[in-house]
Design a protein around this ligand. Structure first.
Ligand code: ATP
Ligand SMILES: O=P(O)(O)O[C@@H]1O[C@H]([C@H](O)CO)[C@@H](O)[C@H](O)[C@@H]1O
Length: 240
């Protein structure tokens, strides 16, 4: 739970832990991860989300009882991660989904227009990434945005929206979709977690059934107050 100045509280959901957890050391792991994230410039709620994820992974891995000093004889023989040979091309969403599933990880995905990216988007994406092992962002095409948000949108074309999202450290891949809802791309990716911001409830989401049928869950994360693309556009117009 993060309590903002003025008393507003933001709940940071923790990923489920399967085994009977040994939480010894989890608090220290949380504190260290939060401190590193804050030092890297993360907002408080994003640092807490990263720390919750890190503490959850630590507990899932057996907690303090499972900590071992690395054995120098085996470290050199550790097999390279099984990633497709990509060269300098960005990994596709399907490649990321495949690698995460093969390694038994937890795939997080989210969707949206992300036109004129703002700090609320970045906070949402960071907190979404902290819920699993990789984050895929499903972005509406220009035509799809126009149908949804009106003739003057998007302000930023799909290629540039993709480029900006790919530049975020918390984003592992981006998938473009042209339909009115992300249901088809969710069927292809089968995320364990589908994230949307607090301007939605799960019952608002036509894709929620698709997420659940694919074995995933929907997580709604609180909005960052005062941040919206509509607001940015209005402010830009007022400044002209
Ligand atoms: N202030 C915010 N804080 C956190 N998440 C946000 C915020 N605003 C939007 N989101 C989330 O970002 C995703 C993309 O939303 P979208 O691109 O519609 O942003 P927006 O600012 O609401 O745009 P618009 O003003 O054009 O509706 C959605 O999951 C939405 O819930
Ligand atoms: O950026 P937005 O407006 O959050 O993106 C839309 O979200 C819709 C939401 O997932 C409910 O279905 C989605 O249907 C729409 O295609 C946009 O991604």
């Amino acid at each position: 739970m993060v309590v903002r100045r003025g008393g507003a509280a933001v709940r940071v959901p923790a990923p489920p832990v399967t085994a009977r957890p040994d939480t010894c050391g989890a608090g220290d792991r949380f504190a260290g991860a939060a401190a590193l994230a804050l030092r890297a410039g993360a907002r408080a709620e994003d640092a807490v989300a990263e720390a919750v994820r890190e503490a959850g992974r630590f507990v899932e891995g057996g907690g303090a009882a499972a900590v071992r000093a690395p054995d120098p004889r085996t470290a050199a023989r550790r097999p390279a991660a099984r990633l497709p040979a990509l060269g300098d091309r960005p990994r596709t969403a399907l490649e990321v989904a495949e690698v995460v599933r093969e390694s038994g990880g937890r795939l997080v995905a989210t969707g949206g227009c992300f036109d004129l990216l703002h700090a609320g988007h970045v906070s949402l994406l960071r907190r979404a990434r902290a819920l699993g092992d990789a984050l895929i962002v499903c972005v509406n095409s220009d035509d799809s945005v126009r149908r949804l948000k009106g003739p003057g949108r998007p302000v930023v074309g799909e290629e540039d929206r993709i480029e900006v999202l790919r530049a975020l450290g918390c984003v592992d891949a981006v998938a473009l979709f042209d339909e009115g809802t992300p249901a088809a791309v969710i069927e292809r990716l089968r995320p364990d977690v589908w994230v949307k911001g607090g301007d939605y409830t799960e019952s608002d989401l036509p894709e929620a059934g698709t997420v659940r049928r694919a074995g995933g869950e929907v997580v709604i994360l609180p909005l960052v107050p005062g941040q919206s693309t509509t607001g940015l556009i209005a402010a830009a117009r007022a400044a002209l």
